[in-house]
Design a protein around this ligand. Structure first.
Ligand SMILES: C[S@@+](CC[C@H](N)C(=O)[O-])C[C@H]1O[C@@H](n2cnc3c(N)ncnc32)[C@H](O)[C@@H]1O
Length: 368
């Protein structure tokens, strides 16, 4: 193991990644730099290329590496390693397991799965991305991974798997994955209130299908029927400058403000109780957060991490009042964590390619 990778593993542990000895060994063994051989986009928009100053140090950080953009939109990346660790831990892979991965991307996560002893089939919708993943897996000498090109909705017809992991944000779960994956679980980031909480999903293709939340995440969205709109969809995230005329509506409740985990818990509950909850860049603040968006898409109410509510637009009073009620309700419920909800899923989306989407929620008292 190189010093760089040893420090990388220590950093993941410090950042709260649930590193079993097997998972720590996988992160130490797999050379992430080989999987970003074409470079990645830095936060300032420039590209970091192999061989340039600081490249390897940046690769072995607990950070997402954007590896392909379309215009200004990221369309492939190597996800944040500590998030990958949480998802892999939830997948509970055993040596010899057949694992279906949707979203091959760089191939790095597939290589980690292989290091855990899994036999991996990974599907990516972009042919050039899949080809680069194959090349990287070969260059790193990783056995036991097959990369296919296609829309992940179909999984791999005619095959079966022990577990499935989805590394791209979706609106719902393909019935094909449920049919092909026994016993499961399927670990999958599913849209909720403008973000993608990662769910552990269980059930058969015909239902019933249930889920619990593993952790918050902000994955890029999938192409195709996996992101179909459905009756329970929340509005799409609002970019910077999208909200207009927000002014204070209700004062702060907490000092210090909620930490990012508790704020995510409140946000998750807001998404359960309001179809208008989403993610937005907050006006006049260097902050993005939870907003109840009005039908115009420019007004509504924002709930800040300190509990203060801002409101704007023609229905500012109505949305501001609802926002205050949501904070009250979350407090009265005992500040439930996002992990305390049991989710029931229903079939919706494109009738030609339906998906199981979150539709009902109940609090699991033992997790409050
Ligand atoms: C965040 S990246 C995956 C990260 C990857 N697991 C890794 O370790 O680098 C998301 C990938 O999902 C792919 N994708 C998007 N929509 C898809 C779909 N409908 N089916 C399969 N792959 C899809 C994208 O092409 C992209 O490469």
């Amino acid at each position: 193991m190189t010093d760089l990778r040893r420090r990388f593993v220590e950093q993941l542990r410090r950042n709260g990644a649930p590193l079993t000895p097997e998972l720590a060994a996988a992160f130490a063994a797999v050379p992430r730099d080989v999987f970003v051989a074409e470079g990645f986009q830095r936060r300032d928009g420039s590209w970091a290329r192999p061989g340039t100053a600081g490249f390897r140090a940046a690769v072995y950080r607990d950070d997402v590496l954007v590896t392909k953009i379309d215009g200004r939109v990221a369309v492939s990346s190597s996800s944040q390693p500590s998030l990958m660790a949480i998802m892999l831990d939830a997948l509970a892979v055993r040596p010899g397991d057949r694992v279906l991965e949707i979203g091959a991307g760089t191939g790095y996560n597939a290589a980690l799965l292989a290091a855990l002893g899994a036999r991996v089939t990974s599907v990516d919708v972009q042919a050039d991305v899949a080809e680069q993943a194959r090349a990287a897996l070969a260059a790193a000498g990783v056995p036991g991974v097959r990369v296919l090109t296609g829309d992940g909705y179909t999984g791999v017809p005619g095959e079966s798997f022990d577990r499935a992991i989805v590394t791209v944000g979706v609106a719902g779960v393909s019935p094909r994955w449920l049919a092909q994956t026994v016993p499961g679980p399927i670990v999958v980031p599913v849209e909720h209130a403008g973000t993608h909480p990662v769910l552990a999903v269980e059930g058969g293709a015909e239902g019933p299908v249930t889920a619990t939340v593993i952790c918050p995440s902000g994955f890029m969205s999938a192409a195709g029927p996996l992101t179909a709109a459905h009756p329970g969809s929340h509005p799409a995230p609002v970019p910077s400058g999208g909200l207009i005329g927000f002014v204070p509506f209700a004062p702060a409740r907490w000092s210090p403000a909620l930490d990012s985990y508790s704020y995510r818990d409140l946000w998750y509950a807001a998404g359960v109780w309001s179809r208008r909850a989403t993610h937005a860049a907050l006006p006049d603040r260097d902050l993005s957060g939870l907003v109840l968006l009005d039908d115009d898409g420019t007004g509504g109410a924002a709930i800040l991490p300190d509990g203060a509510v801002l409101a704007g637009g023609e229905q500012a009073h109505r949305y501001g009042t609802t926002a205050v009620q949501i904070v009250d309700r979350w407090l009265e419920a005992g500040r439930p964590s996002m992990r305390s909800w049991r989710i029931g899923l229903e079939l919706a989306g494109d009738p030609q390619a339906p998906i199981w989407v979150p539709a009902t929620w109940e609090l699991r008292p033992e997790h409050l």
